[in-house]
Design a protein around this ligand. Structure first.
Ligand code: FCB
Length: 456
């Protein structure tokens, strides 16, 4: 039999990692579930945004997506057959909380309860993300995350979910990628709710971080033995040149992209240099907020895709710095993202050196390619397979260098609704035929399965 490292030379073996290392895949509710108006689910900001002409590239939405709401048993069967021992999913707030002051929707809670039972029956550890961008639209109408009251509404949602699932789910991620929530959604306007105001974006960011900080003790209170963390999207940074101007631009960018999140989460407050640069766009912060945000967590989730190269760009909002396309000749995915496994090691090493979180999990990492189903029904995604193998190698090296990485979640289990790109972008280890909803394990998924079948 050919071994995984014969297929991908240089790939690590499963036994290079700890026996209790977690091997999973990740997804999110809006991207896979569909069933947008079933069983009491209300509208989310993504339903509204996708329905707005010009916002999603192929004019699609998550209304049906992978129909996971009805096909979750098949999907969990695939996850088990692949050999996953963990699965990261997210809970759709609009399925649980139908309105301000309304009681939690039992049908929504029942769905996740069945899903969690289905994972446990298959030997898969559930990792629940509490916010992966699908805010109820009724809250956006009251100001969304820019409104402080949304923190309270989030805590009610978290309370309902953790009371119901806390007897079976121990691992909780409060937020997925607050930078994207804040900046892509409220400054760049390319994600829901599609606003383009920097001050609003920073206020959103503050409330998201605050809601994280306040959710941690609540979750611990409701869930015996809870392990709680947050997932950040992070990039190793490179200056476009050695010039003082480019290096200073990289520092400014870093302040907002990395330290703006990691510093307050680790009790250091917002970085002083960035506060100075943003001037009156700084968020309104109440007494006690920074202490709440700095609550100790059990792990840090890192979502890594690619490095960023930053150049000085006078006049480029908000910090006179611009992220450049990958350097000429660099290997890229179909998203145009640079393939740089060494960047993962660099990033992990930096986080470890700067903040030393007790445990790190790669909560997302993956690649997009234009997959095709061949006549024999296979999907020969050798580039994704190689991307996966090389990133596992980089992770192994980071662990050997002392970074306490305890698990890896590939993005994604299945192809899905890739936000503003619609269904044009495939990231799955499993191919979805959106006409028939047929699932097919790609070669990358088969490789992951072979990797996981090796002795621990
Ligand atoms: C991340 C998101 C995830 C998916 C991947 C490709 O930023 O968390 O939902 O879109 O990118």
């Amino acid at each position: 039999m050919t071994t995984p490292d014969q297929i991908e030379p240089g790939a690590p073996a499963r036994s290079d990692f700890a026996r209790d290392f977690l091997w999973g895949c990740a997804t999110s509710s809006y991207q896979i579930e569909g069933a947008a108006s079933e069983d009491g689910r209300v509208e989310s900001i993504w339903d509204r945004f996708a329905a707005t002409p010009g916002k999603v590239r192929d004019g699609s939405s998550g209304a049906v997506a992978c129909d996971h709401y009805h096909r979750w048993e098949e999907d969990m069967g695939i996850a088990r057959d692949m050999g996953l021992n963990a699965y990261r999913f997210s809970i759709a707030w609009p399925r649980i909380m139908p309105g301000v002051g309304a009681a939690p929707n039992q049908q929504g809670l029942d769905f996740y309860s069945r899903l969690v039972d289905g994972m446990l029956e298959r030997g898969i550890q559930p990792w629940a993300t509490l916010y992966h961008w699908d805010l109820p639209q009724y809250l956006q109408e009251r100001g969304g995350w820019a409104e402080r009251d949304t923190v309270q509404r989030y805590l009610e949602f978290v309370d309902a979910v953790t009371r119901r699932l806390g007897d079976r789910v121990q691992h909780w991620i409060t937020h997925n990628e607050p930078w994207c929530t804040a900046i892509l959604g409220n400054f760049e306007g390319i994600h829901a709710p599609g606003l383009t105001d920097f001050r609003t974006a920073l206020q959103v960011c503050h409330h998201v971080l605050l809601s994280h900080g306040k959710a941690v003790p609540l979750i611990r209170n409701n869930v015996p033995g809870a392990r709680v963390g947050i997932s950040l999207s992070l990039h190793p940074l490179r200056a476009a040149s050695d010039s003082a101007a480019d290096r200073a631009a990289m520092e400014r960018h870093d302040g907002l992209r990395y330290r703006w999140f990691l510093d307050p989460l680790h009790g250091r407050g917002y970085p002083a240099s960035t506060l100075e640069q943003i001037g009156d766009a700084a968020p309104v912060v109440h007494e006690g907020d920074m202490e709440a945000i700095a609550v100790a967590t059990d792990f840090m989730g890192v979502n890594y895709y690619f490095p960023e190269t930053v150049a000085d760009a006078p006049g480029h909002e908000p910090l006179d710095a611009r992220v450049l396309p990958p350097p000429a000749g660099a290997e890229t995915t179909a998203m145009g993202w640079e393939v740089a496994p060494e960047g993962l090691g660099e990033l992990l090493g930096r986080i470890h050196a700067d903040y030393a979180p007790q445990e790190l999990y790669i909560t997302e990492n993956g690649s997009c390619y234009d997959d095709e189903v061949l006549a024999d029904g296979t999907v020969n995604d050798v580039q994704r397979r190689r991307y996966l193998a090389r990133h596992l190698g980089a992770m192994k090296d980071a662990i050997a260098a002392g970074v306490p990485v305890k698990g890896y979640f590939a993005w994604s289990l299945v192809d899905n609704f890739e936000w503003a790109e619609g269904y044009l972008r495939r990231f799955g280890l499993v191919h979805i035929d959106y006409k028939t909803q047929q699932r097919r394990l790609k070669e990358s998924g088969k490789w992951y399965r072979a990797f996981l079948r090796q002795p621990t």
